[in-house]
Design a protein around this ligand. Sequence first.
Ligand code: GAP
Length: 445
Amino acid sequence: MAKKGSDQTKPVPKSKSDTMEKLVSLCKRRGFILPSSQIYGGISGLWDYGPVGADLKRNIRDDWWLVNVRWRDDVVGMDTSIITHPQVWSASGHLDGFHDSMVDCKSCKQRFRADQIPGDVCPECGGELTEPRKFHLMFRTQLGAVAEDTVDVYLRPETCQSLFLNFKEIQSVARMKLPFGIAQVGKSFRNEVTPRNFIFRSREFEQMEIEYFCHPEKEDTWFDDWLAKRRQWFLDIGIKPERVRPMQHDKKELAHYAKKAFDIQYEFPFGWQEVEGIHNRGSFDLSQHAKFSGKDLSYFDEATGKKFIPSVIEASVGLDRTLLAVLCDAYDEEPERVVLRFSPLIAPVKVGVFPLVKKDNLPDIARKIELDLRRKFVTAYDEGGSIGRRYRRQDEIGTPFGVTVDYDTLENETVTLRERDSMEQRRLQIDELTGEIDRACTRQS
Ligand code: GAP
């Protein structure tokens, strides 16, 4: 619920807007991301992930979970309901405060956030603007079967609130002591008035959030620690360091719950934009939920015998937005090919297997190799067209390795292993393949 820097599209240089157009078209053509309900003409701000898109998303999500939950003994995971008690949103401040003020241009009919336009005329055509109107960003629905008995409830606009609600329970059942965190990955919903920039700002999206509870005296130390670790994660999944930067919110940009905040930004083709927010939420959320629920959400420190409300450091990243950053970062054009240079760690397909020709038993051997590799990796098998074309097809979805079965294979059980980025090929024994690919595709630290 952080206040955002402007993402109204500023005029983007032609070459950069071309990159977005090409990327959107590649995503559709190769089955990464498709408009939702396409056969009915699509629906604004909603997207479907195709086979390679779903695997790319899963790999990013799994890596986040691995380093932030599985490999840490001070963070535990949860998977909570999307619909909660409606009072949650009164306590959190969303019911009163989560809206955008919008104006429409009477001439060109474009819609803008009122706080993001410099003057009092349309920034696109100079036309007259309507009075600002408030749009609530939470999706409302009804719970209950009988009309008279229904209660208004909301689809959650962020995943973190349930982590605050469960603080006391999880501390007890998981036998945690401060400092400790609770993490969750899940869908969030915001009725964005101006969804834009492909999947950057959509109406249904996935968040990966950590709420880290600590002693108030340690909040600055933990804030710095999380900011550094979270920035490093973007580099670990292959994003270029020069396209990632931390950006502090100044006082007037701070969300109502935040004492201090940094965005981690990525340089998209449409400019530097937030992919993750690191917030010091202080004791705001636990205090609010204690007040509204009447339950004690304080922490008892056995060492000092004192009770207090912990501070919370939040690291909140959008999965879809990270995936867009990964796509933008990986996209590369060479004279002969378009290539997505994903880190092997998150590449959706790890290896393509190809018989050099469609005869002399080569397809059967290639098929067998592919079926063996498939037990461990997401693979592709392709015997259609020239070998060069088959390599190009895998380059375009970012497959880091290609295995080719040729006539030497019949003689000595070796194959060639082609690397996507260098396009170099070396010969290996078939039984060396799994180890070789695994080393490149598995996170070591
Ligand atoms: N719990 C804090 C929170 O939700 P936020 O800055 O509103 O903070 C965190 O959202 C992250 O969620 C953002 O950095 C962004 O990556 C992602 N996000 C927010 N709104 C989004 C939208 N409409 N579409 C895609 N991702 C979004």
